[in-house]
Design a protein around this ligand. Structure first.
Ligand code: 3BY
Ligand code: FES
Ligand code: FE
Length: 405
């Protein structure tokens, strides 16, 4: 059996409303197929446009097999390139982020303009044509400060996501933010375990004392069952009449979802005391407690937008059992640390929560890798989100492995 046929077999072995078969979390060939059919095909969240404010500012990331650089051009455009020199392939930009007038390959100093054009290559002789050796472009789209890249030859249509996401996020003025803090965690677990863990709060009670100061599990988070919760309806009505779209919007294919949730009584931010970490506001709704707007986009980002700050999360697979989780705390540009906010107050809850989630993911990886593991059933009440993620993964993989789309 080819590994493609084998992966398809594992996907088809999945029992409805059960965790995935072991191989889908552990196997190296399945990981290759995840890269080939998802990570190398989908739009992947890279970073925020405000991190690349000036011409020449760049950030790099690894999308499966592809090193990518996103750079702000001289005319202000954001572009993504394959971060591989057209000479002998060296990575051109080695840092996670930086600023450069030109992109110079460190190996033999081939020099590329910010639009990817090869400007200079020493000792290549009179017949060498620089025009054929520019950096190769990758697809790049930006919506409400979120830069997405796609390494596929033909990228999926970005418009449906852009259209659905914009009205939810625009009122939070993310474009006026900056990164107050960034954390990078390497979790020894398959990327699907990382996302599954994010899609439920069944585990929160025992694991997240800090988060539970403000977060209450809400079934609308799952984005599966329709809710008839009058309190939630009232909260949505209040926010929507103040100009903040809030009712859950779920992509027909299940790849992305937006919804606003109330936080627990007396809490309006993810802090130890539940109080805002900043006195300024991102939104202009005038509603004093807008809870948290949540949005995810599979396979690699989930996000929380609060009244006073916002959090973005990006995951990138590093191997079959290893995932990089990058978290950014976003605050208004003009907010100054030590004056407008205390960094500890701002970051404590999610630094703790991320580390707790890392332990849960790593523990799960160890268990699902055991020959004795058998996929267990999902809770009808508390794990619809996880199930929704698995459904999206299995349906998408099944289609692609069968060559249907
Ligand atoms: O990000 C979410 O969707 C939330 C936060 C904690 C657990 N999860 C359901
Ligand atoms: Fe980049 Fe030689 S590999 S200049
Ligand atoms: Fe968690």
């Amino acid at each position: 059996m080819t590994h493609k046929a084998q992966t398809l077999d594992f996907v088809q072995q999945r029992k409805a409303r059960h965790a995935l078969p072991s191989e889908l979390y552990s196997d190296a060939d399945v990981y290759r197929d995840d890269l080939a059919h998802l990570w190398h095909k989908e739009w992947i969240f890279a970073g925020h446009s405000f991190e690349l404010e000036k011409a020449g500012q760049y950030l790099t990331l690894q999308v499966g097999d592809y090193p990518i650089v996103v750079v702000r051009g001289a005319g202000g455009e954001l572009r993504a390139f394959h971060n591989a020199c057209r000479h002998r392939g060296s990575k051109v930009c080695h840092q996670d982020s930086g600023k450069a007038a030109k992109l110079v390959c460190p190996y033999h100093k081939w020099t590329f303009d910010l639009d990817g054009k090869l400007l200079f290559a020493g000792n290549m002789g009179p017949d060498f044509d620089t025009r054929h050796h520019g950096l190769l472009p990758a697809h790049c789209e930006t919506v409400e400060s979120y830069i997405f890249v796609c390494v596929a030859e033909n990228a999926p249509d970005f418009a449906p996501f852009r259209d659905a996401m914009t009205p939810f996020v625009a009122p939070h003025y993310l474009t006026e933010c900056r990164v107050a803090h960034e954390s990078n965690l390497i979790e020894k677990g398959n990327w699907k375990l990382v996302f599954e863990n994010n899609r439920e709060c069944y585990h929160c009670d025992g694991s997240h004392p800090e988060l539970l100061n403000s977060f209450v599990e809400n079934l609308s988070v799952a984005g599966v069952s329709g809710t008839e919760d009058p309190q939630l309806e009232a909260f949505w009505d209040k926010c929507e009449s103040a100009g903040l779209p809030s009712r859950m919007a779920m992509d027909a294919a299940g790849q992305f979802r937006m919804t606003r949730i109330p936080l627990s009584a007396n809490a309006s931010s993810y802090t130890m005391d539940g109080k805002p970490a900043l006195s300024s506001r991102l939104d202009e709704s005038g509603v004093d407690n807008i809870g948290a707007l949540l949005y995810f986009h599979y396979p690699n980002t989930w996000n929380h937008f609060l009244g006073d700050h916002a959090l973005s999360f990006r995951i990138l697979p590093l191997g079959p059992q290893e995932t990089l989780v990058t978290t950014k705390w976003l605050v208004p540009k003009e907010a100054q640390e030590g004056i407008d906010y205390d960094l500890e107050h701002l970051t404590r809850v999610w630094l703790a929560t991320n580390d707790q989630d890392r332990q849960l993911v790593e523990g799960t990886q160890a268990g699902v890798s055991s020959p004795a593991y058998e996929p267990g059933p999902y809770s009808e009440l508390a794990e619809n989100g996880v199930c929704q993620f698995d459904d999206w993964y299995c349906e998408t993989m099944q289609r692609r492995l069968k060559g249907e789309s």
